[in-house]
Design a protein around this ligand. Structure first.
Ligand SMILES: Cc1ncc(C[n+]2csc(CCOP(=O)(O)OP(=O)(O)O)c2C)c(N)n1
Ligand SMILES: [Mg+2]
Length: 366
């Protein structure tokens, strides 16, 4: 045996099939769109319109003091909805803080999905009920969790798939590397969806990565990378559904990069005009996910004023119910802050708990 015969010498996988196409994959407005199921397109449309209305309503609630903060996914609704709809009910979704729409589209109560952002009780919803992990604020920490869950499922013979969402900024975290490496080595049924929305707060792409695309990063881990137009809901849905299917069939993980744009500021607490040009925002406004789908639906005779009005009415009903329910005061016990943090609270946590209890008691007596 020479070194040439040892596993270290040659590439362990053929890189070529893993490489993404250089152009983001698109369906809407192309001849291939004629094959798309009208029922699916209408369902996607209803979700997109409701999703945008939800973003507007939640942002308004921050101004009314009912939400502490809201990171809107306006402009990114196609990624949000496609992610939720690409999964089966028994699969798991691992969202980041910007992915409330995906969480709601998966069936979580629209008010419960805002619990964390309202500063209320812990996660707010039961992750097991709809198989949606908590909305993760610490960047990329949801990715190793998704890999762990999917790995465990595989070991027990369960055919669930985990879909984990992360932003372009989140890819620079160590957790991203660890999750993708383990996922590929173990061939676990996970789909990673990078929503490349151009910014990590004020940090633009060229300061985030020197990679050709985020999808190219997949090759280094030994999994396929797919690049898709993140504002083309039909394309994102198809690419994710294929990746989910492959994962379920034992084909291992996929990294999908959806190229999109954050139309609003990072959150209601940010001023995006300080770090980006209006002309860039305008360019993306012309590539709006709802408008792209409306053009397709109209061209195929699937959208008239009646359908449009009924979808808008439906979204309005959802928004007013959300508004009404969010305008009630929650009864909260500040001591709940310390519940469910550790199975065995640390010494430091116990001290903080005692301190808060004493402060609350002093307040009551004053
Ligand atoms: C581990 C960690 N570091 C830093 C932050 C602060 N932080 C919050 S959002 C954000 C930008 C993330 O950008 P990106 O991943 O592109 O997601 P987007 O906000 O664009 O959806 C940063 C740095 C955090 N939440 N977690
Ligand atoms: Mg981003």
């Amino acid at each position: 045996m020479t070194v040439l015969d040892t596993p270290a010498w040659r590439p362990r996988t053929d890189a070529a099939p893993l490489l993404p196409d250089p152009e983001p994959y698109r369906l809407l407005g192309t001849p291939a769109a004629a094959e798309l199921d009208p029922a699916l397109l209408r369902t996607l449309y209803g979700h997109l319109v409701r999703g945008r209305r939800y973003n507007q309503q939640a942002t308004a609630l921050t101004k009314q003091g009912r939400l502490a903060v809201y990171p809107a996914s306006t402009g990114q609704e196609a990624c949000e909805i496609a992610a939720a709809l690409a999964l089966r009910p028994r699969d798991w979704l691992f969202p980041s803080y910007r992915d409330t729409l995906a969480v709601v589209a998966r069936g979580v109560d629209p008010v419960e999905a805002l619990t964390l952002l309202r500063g209320d009780w812990h996660t707010g919803y039961d992750p097991h009920e709809h198989r949606v992990a908590p909305l993760s604020t610490p960047l990329a920490t949801q990715l190793p969790h998704a890999v762990g869950l999917a790995r465990a499922a595989r070991l027990t013979g369960d055919d669930v798939v985990a879909l984990a969402m992360v932003g372009d900024g989140g890819t620079s975290e160590g957790d991203f590397h660890e999750a993708l490496n383990f996922a590929a080595v173990w061939q676990v049924p996970v789909v990673f969806l990078v929503q490349n929305n151009g910014f990590a707060i004020s940090v633009p792409l060229d300061k985030q990565t020197a990679a050709p695309t985020f999808a190219h990063k997949a090759v280094g881990y030994g999994m396929p990378g797919r690049l898709v137009d993140g504002n083309d809901v039909a394309a994102v849905h198809q690419v994710l559904a294929e990746a989910v299917g492959r994962a379920r069939d034992g084909g291992g993980p996929t990294l999908v990069e959806a190229v999109t744009y954050r139309m609003d500021a990072h959150t209601n607490a940010d001023d995006a005009t300080r770090y980006r040009e209006d002309s860039e925002v305008a360019a993306w406004r012309a590539h709006d996910p709802i408008a792209l789908l409306e053009r397709e639906l109209t061209g195929r005779g699937l959208l008239d004023d009646e359908v449009r009005d009924s979808v808008a009415d439906d979204a309005e009903t959802m928004a007013s119910a959300l508004r009404e329910r969010m305008h009630t005061d929650a009864t909260l016990d500040p001591m709940d802050l310390f519940a469910h943090v550790y199975a065995e609270p640390t010494q430091q946590l116990r001290q903080q708990e005692a301190q808060l209890r004493a402060e609350l008691e002093a307040e009551r007596q004053s």
